[in-house]
Write a protein that binds this ligand. Structure first.
Ligand code: GLN
Length: 510
């Protein structure tokens, strides 16, 4: 029997009861059997993984095992791995291979994790279902008619479906925690600045963070332990010491203060989800926690604030994909033919125009795109999917001269108010508990045509990104509909140990 967790795999490997090559083989068998349906991995490199397994095995055999021996990991397709495709599940990056490793990748390898492939996601990490992907939707291993959540859908489904024992995801507004909740696994979004973003393809740079997904809180803590910490290549990375998360997860302390915000238990929350989260909080209370009702009064502005600021940053970050420097470029000859045809058409109208029509048509002719401009436009039109286009348009709008103050400037101010709500709350409590998402996983296809409904899935996760604090989602139970429900704990900046502690308590009391 091959164990599901890194921790157990590690124990067996170190005891000589399991070789890393066998462990890696096992995951490739799992991938062959079920990735066709789950669609979590979009690229695998078995040969290289086995080669790595043998190299690490030699280290283990000579008594030099790194901290992540036993970790067989997949990486979200938004984090650069040298020589492997890095497409962000977008047509515009189809065929692109990274030329360097992200800092997190270097750190995982240095501690002997084996990286076996790349994971499905929503295009450029924009989405809550993993349906906006050039590879098609990832499917929830608990019920393959349901979404995995997103945008790190592949990262959550790979762990839940036992295609890897841990993965990395990225979280800009909930993209680690929400799919973790839908797929019944653990996911940690670290504090902004805790884990280096060097080598993470940017979506919204002041929100983005990289974090682990795994089958247990201890496993997630052990991966975080390795990837956390200062990196001089990321100038928002914090020079703050990394505590021992692993030992916190090994010896959790039940005597904690848990804030419960009324604002996260109101309208829109599914009854079954609410019951499970509330009964989990009750168990924590019975186990010695103090439960303190709190208020986070600006919560109701969170979604609007996030979708203004994140789209603004995205529109700027995505300007670099122009079809010249990376990935997809529209066909040059088609562009030239198109322009020629348009020019001919305008000129023939000009010929037959009455005097009063001439100035308007001349203007049209003068404004006809240059070949280069049209090449950019066409490459972007072909390369980006619908959600990414929507975000670029929204973001460009809120940053435009006439609307900057009314939208972008105002949203920055509200972001500060939300941060202040959390600062105040964390003076009274160690962690804040709430549902991770308002519902369980829903049917694939059911929300894809309703962006606003889709955005509501993030209602409980985005504030952690707005405030820059940390959050964890831990499986809390099974809904009446048979699907997993996650509980979320948020912690103050650089207090990952507190959310890990709370998460581990839930795991033990479950
Ligand atoms: N679902 C949110 C969005 O679409 C969050 C995405 C994320 O965290 N990357 O923006």
């Amino acid at each position: 029997m091959i164990p599901h967790t890194i921790q157990e795999a590690r124990t067996k490997v170190l005891a000589g009861e399991l070789t890393l090559a066998n462990l890696v083989e096992h995951y490739f068998e799992q991938i062959s059997a079920s990735n066709g349906e789950i669609n979590a991995f979009v690229f695998e490199d078995k040969e290289e993984a086995i080669r790595q397994a043998k190299l690490v095995q030699e280290k283990v055999d000579s008594g030099q095992a790194g901290a992540l021996v036993g970790a067989v990991m997949g990486i979200k397709d938004v984090i650069c791995e040298k020589g492997r495709p890095t497409t962000c599940a977008s047509e515009i990056l189809a065929g692109f291979e990274s030329v360097y490793d992200a800092t997190v990748i270097e750190r995982l390898r240095a501690e002997d994790a084996i990286l076996i492939g790349r994971l499905n996601m929503d295009e450029f990490a924009m989405g809550s279902t993993n349906e906006y992907s050039r590879y098609g939707a990832a499917r929830n291993p608990h019920d393959t008619t349901k979404v995995t959540g997103g945008s790190s859908g592949g990262s959550a489904a790979a762990v839940a479906g036992n295609l890897a024992n841990s993965t990395l995801g990225s979280d800009t507004g909930g993209s680690i925690r929400q799919p973790a909740s839908y797929c019944g696994v653990v996911g940690i979004k670290p504090t902004y600045g805790r884990v280096s973003r060097y080598g993470l393809v940017a979506f919204a740079s002041s929100f983005d963070s990289i974090g682990p997904l795994a089958n247990s809180v201890q496993d997630a803590a052990s991966v975080l332990q390795v990837i956390a910490g200062f990196d001089e290549r990321d100038n928002t990375s914090a020079q703050i010491e990394v505590p021992d998360y692993v030992s916190v997860a090994e010896n959790p302390d039940g005597n904690i203060k848990i804030g419960v915000p009324e604002e996260f238990f109101g309208e829109g929350l599914d009854e079954g989800v609410k019951e499970i989260v509330e009964s989990t909080i009750q168990k924590l209370k019975d186990n010695g926690a103090e439960i303190i009702p709190i208020h986070l009064p600006h919560t109701k502005y969170g979604l609007a604030t996030y979708y203004i600021l994140a789209t603004a940053e995205a529109s700027s970050n995505l300007a670099r994909y122009d079809g010249i420097r990376y990935g997809h470029r529209a066909d040059k000859n088609t562009v030239l033919d198109e322009l020629k045809a348009e020019e001919t058409e305008i000129k023939s109208r000009l010929k037959n125009a009455s005097e009063s029509e001439v100035p308007a048509i001349e203007k049209e002719l003068a404004q006809l795109d240059s070949a280069l401009t049209r090449l950019y436009k066409k490459s972007r039109t072909e390369g980006f999917g619908p959600e990414v286009k929507r975000r670029i348009m929204l973001g460009t709008y809120v940053l435009s001269a006439g609307y900057y103050d009314a939208y972008y400037g105002k949203a920055q101010k509200v972001r500060r108010l939300i941060q202040n709500d959390y600062k105040e709350a964390f003076q009274k409590v160690d962690v804040i508990a709430c549902p991770t998402a308002p519902t369980t996983a829903f049917d694939i296809g059911s929300e894809i045509n309703d962006p606003l409904q889709m955005y509501l899935n993030d209602a409980y996760t985005i504030s952690a990104n707005l405030a820059g604090i940390c959050g964890i989602s831990v499986p809390a139970g099974t809904h009446g509909n048979g699907l997993p429900v996650g509980i979320q704990f948020m912690g103050d900046v650089f207090q990952e140990e507190k959310i890990i502690n709370a998460g581990r308590l839930v795991e033990m009391l479950r």
